[in-house]
Write a protein that binds this ligand. Sequence first.
Ligand code: BGC
Length: 339
Amino acid sequence: MTISKRAFGTLCDGTQVSCWTLTNENGMMAEVLDYGVTIRSIIVPDKNGNPVDVVLGYDTLEEYVSDDCYLGATIGRFANRIKGSSFELNGKTYELFANNGANHLHGGKRGFNGYVWDVAQAGDALVFSRVSADGEEGYPGNLTIRVTVGWKANSLSIAYEAETDQDTIVNFTNHSYFNLNGAGNGTVNQHMMEIKADSYTLNGEDCTPTGEIIPVVGSAMDFRTMKPIGQDADNDEPCVKPFDGYDSNFVISGHPIATTVGDQTGITMITDTDQPGVQLYTANAMTERKGKDGKDYGFRSAFCLETQHYPDSIHHLQWPTCILRAGETFRSFTTYTFL
Ligand code: BGC
């Protein structure tokens, strides 16, 4: 396991951004920017032993700053949507920034992805940390958060830890866009995927949950047996049609939560987490653009498996709680294992 660091760019306020490279004992490599704790690349061998970069990313810092897709970024304070951009906690109403129609998405105007984090090396891993101040984006409480990234054998592990001095809400995820055939190498429609979920949270047309939990059986959301990602993505069903593909939260019912195989490379990724939900998003809103090394990215050119609390769970108190109480420590993890 080796860790190295290089300069990646400078923000307009003069802050230097670094790109950290973590290489495991089998030569698998991950690059992480301290800007947004952003995974820029993950390079793993294909079935013939050739290295393949399986996540989408950009060549320059400027492209990350102006990115509208959260490529590879750490999302907080609250991943996914909060309906109506406000919530009530302990009898007080908190107003958030509406950046997705009337709703709040991925932490708001300047989410955790828009900050340069402190970095410390801890053994084989990197610990990225920052304090999200009381009132940042409208959320209560000074929140101290640490995101630890490292390889454990062939698993890239992301662990989140947070404490607050006032009751608040949290939902952290990583927004990597995977293409196991190689970033920029076509769509992921033919990737094979299995998700261990018997049900999902039904979304309304604004992509926020209605509150209903629906069995996946007989719907496009049924990934209990491996199938091509694109097989049912264009069905005329309320779980895919309004979103031009997958953009919904699965209620996890087994572990590891998902297995995905690149049909051309044979690269297999096994995803696991201790979180109750995972959003499958198939880059439906990604407009055509150039990515790393001038490669073409666009509609369906990747999939995201965003491990999370159920979206908008502060408005559905019967669901696993997203409330972090003052003095408590929140902990969660996500692992991506490559075979
Ligand atoms: C959301 C999508 C959104 C995408 C990029 C996903 O997590 O669920 O609706 O378009 O992130 O912002």
